[in-house]
Write a protein that binds this ligand. Sequence first.
Ligand SMILES: Cc1ncc(COP(=O)(O)O)c(C=O)c1O
Length: 409
Amino acid sequence: MNSEYDLKRALKAEELYFMHTYNRLPVLFVRGFGTRLWDDDGREYVDFVSGLGACIAGHCHGEIIAAVARQSSQLIHVSNLYHIRPQGELAEMLVRSTFADRVFFCNSGTEANEAAIKLARKYMREVRGEDRYKVVSAMRSFHGRTYGSLAATGQPEKAHPFRPLPEGFVHVPFNDAEALGEAVDESTCAVLLEPIQGEGGVYVADPSYLKRARELCEERGALLILDEVQTGMGRTGALFAHQHYGILPDVMTVAKGLAGGLPLGAVLATEEVARGFQPGDHGSTFGGNPVACAAALAVLTVLQEEQLVENAARVGGYFRERLLRLQEEVPGIVEVRGLGLMLAVELESLDAGNVVRECLKRGYVVNNIGQRILRFLPPLNVSTREVDGLVEVLAELLRGGYGEGKVGE
Ligand SMILES: Cc1ncc(COP(=O)(O)O)c(C=O)c1O
């Protein structure tokens, strides 16, 4: 039955049964292990996308499989009407590993941001009054697709067709401390920032910018919410990206890598701010599901046992150097950006979508953001050899494609 569902049938299903929300690449992945994926024809690929940054410990890691199997043979779901063993253990682990005192679990990044915005508004309303509702976020940011997170997202084209949006969201240019200073006032409840803008094109916050954001929140009595949905769980070479900056948020949102590929999100907050939520204020049927939490506990163990955060820093540094060297050697790269294993290359004129398709043909899975940006989010156990392989493919494409119109046409 399963084997009959091949790429041809998948393409047919896309055409006939799905809403057209995705422009999927013509490949049907059926198996994964470590940094590798296999399609329905048995072709092997090196994965530099890791399920949009979620499969942080690689595909089908033995310890994660075992944890999921163990938990799903015991209890798959009960809801948050009751205590859940792996959820409690995970909350304790997260609190012990971060600035936070309390955790709320949900299922995704957008839900985590939704919850963080609700928490900030409720806390501020109680502490400073109901006029403190404004959320200041950055242009080009991405916080999710549900209404609150969409309103916070600084990409108007994504929100425009769905107006009216919730009120009280203001966007300022990223990395512009002065603009932030002008926007944060007595009506601001929170500043919401990604330490590295991911979906917006991989733009790293300047250290002075995040420091100033922290100070401004302090001075003006607003909360600092960091969206670490993409940057968290070791992706940038620290467990959370804000650790590179020497600042602490009041609230942090996490998802993607948290459960290594299973749907799980979390809002982490200080004791003080967490007071904002009382029973009945927020909730989720599936949030913090036992299987997802068991997977997340295994992810945290694997990160530590296999020193994957350190690997992200080391291989990420190597990858960045190789891309910078590539920029010197071949024409067509405007900029190399990112930190750890969250990297991007901005192309001068080649079509990034075409480069992605050419990479796929050569056995490398990479992602593009719009027409000019290639993004790399490999599993944290990627090796320098695998990086070398991809860089060679990119070099070939940039040499061959550029000017001849092969790739860019
Ligand atoms: C920084 C950031 N926040 C939020 C989200 C939304 O996460 P999800 O797709 O799990 O809702 C993303 C997704 O890419 C993200 O990168």
